[in-house]
Design a protein around this ligand. Structure first.
Ligand code: SF4
Length: 345
């Protein structure tokens, strides 16, 4: 069996930043409780590891005692949530991914200009809930081409669509086509809302999955971008399974399989990928091939509130940027098996 490890995979710049924020706070405030509104990123292992270090995850702001530190997750929050945090005198550290904030800003700007907004996304996803909260009277969420038929539009000349950052590029294209078909004058966002990390991870799967018999995506079930990777693989004819970790693999999946594509959602830690690869190497005598499809160099700085807290505690925040590292491909990490670097796709 051959394992094709595709790049890019795993942590994106937004996830790196959000995780680093909580890490930094744990170091900076060892005697204070750290609360996080919703999961910091949609990954069970990341959340469990932070829980093990004392971080408290809450679903309602009211659960956070007044005056405490509260982190907003990478998916962003609505203005209403920010207001409640302020009223409760919480120290709010905003770990929202800047690419999600960009969509919020677009929603605010278009709503102020009098546009109605069709927000393409999953209505119950935290990111969409947060964006919608920026302009609830102007935004209608569309999840499917069917939804497009039912939206009510005052003036088709004053209509714009925006999208959730982690959609399937395949699905989004179909919904956007339905919007453009019904409202030919609809305005597109100034730049693509589906983020670079989503696009690149999906592009890598789309490029390599047709050569493979099975795709394994490491990621949690509530991770939108991880689920989309399985769908992209299935769309190009390669069956796919989403697993939180190696314990979920089923030996029957590998019957007759010669090539397995291994990737990970933007919130899945690389050590879980390495553990999966080691298991496949041990159980199936698999060889490893790495395929680089796109290189990434996006990085985000830490939030202003955290910088201020650092200064107040005598820590110099200068130069604290989140550097993205390409997932390690040393043979040691993957069970001592030599790693072949494949042709860049
Ligand atoms: S998947 Fe994209 S939008 Fe979401 S945190 Fe990562 S970079 Fe930001």
């Amino acid at each position: 069996m051959r394992i094709i490890l595709v790049n890019p995979r795993g942590f994106c710049a937004g996830v790196h930043m959000a995780i680093d924020v909580v890490d930094q706070l744990l170091d900076l405030c060892p005697d204070e409780p750290i609360y996080v509104y919703h999961e910091i990123v949609h990954n069970k292992h990341v959340v469990d590891r932070f829980r093990g270090r004392g971080v408290v995850f809450v679903e309602e702001i009211e659960e956070v005692p007044a005056g405490n530190i509260l982190v907003f997750s990478a998916h962003g929050v609505s203005p209403q949530v920010r207001k409640i945090a302020q009223e409760r005198n919480l120290t709010a550290v905003d770990a929202t991914c800047p690419l999600v904030t960009k969509v919020h800003m677009e929603a605010i700007r278009y709503a102020k200009q009098g546009y109605q907004i069709l927000l393409v996304g999953h209505a119950d996803h935290q990111e969409v809930v947060g964006t919608r909260g920026e302009a609830p009277d102007a935004i209608q969420v569309v999840e499917s081409p069917e939804d497009v038929r039912h939206v009510s539009v005052r003036d088709p000349e004053m209509l714009v669509y925006l999208t959730q950052t982690t959609l399937s590029t395949d699905d989004a294209a179909v919904i956007i086509e339905a919007i453009q078909h019904r409202f030919p004058q609809v305005k597109a966002p100034p730049t693509e809302d589906i983020c670079y990390a989503t696009t690149n991870r999906q592009g890598a799967v789309r490029a390599i999955a047709p050569e493979c018999d099975l795709t394994l995506v490491v990621g949690s079930r509530n991770s939108s971008n991880s689920k989309r990777l399985t769908e992209i693989s299935e769309n190009v004819g390669c069956r796919a399974r989403l697993i939180d970790d190696v314990s979920e693999i089923d030996p029957t999946w590998f019957e007759g399989v010669e090539r397995v594509l291994v990737t990970a959602g933007a919130s899945a830690p690389e050590d879980l990928v390495a553990e999966l690869v080691r298991k496949l190497v041990n159980d199936y005598d698999a060889e490893i091939e790495v395929r680089d499809i796109t290189t990434e160099d996006t990085e985000f700085g830490i939030p202003a509130t955290l910088k201020r807290m650092m200064r107040e505690r005598g820590v110099d925040p200068t130069g604290r940027r989140i550097h993205i590292q390409r997932p390690d491909i040393t043979a040691d990490l993957y069970g001592g098996v030599p790693v072949t670097i494949g042709v860049t796709g």
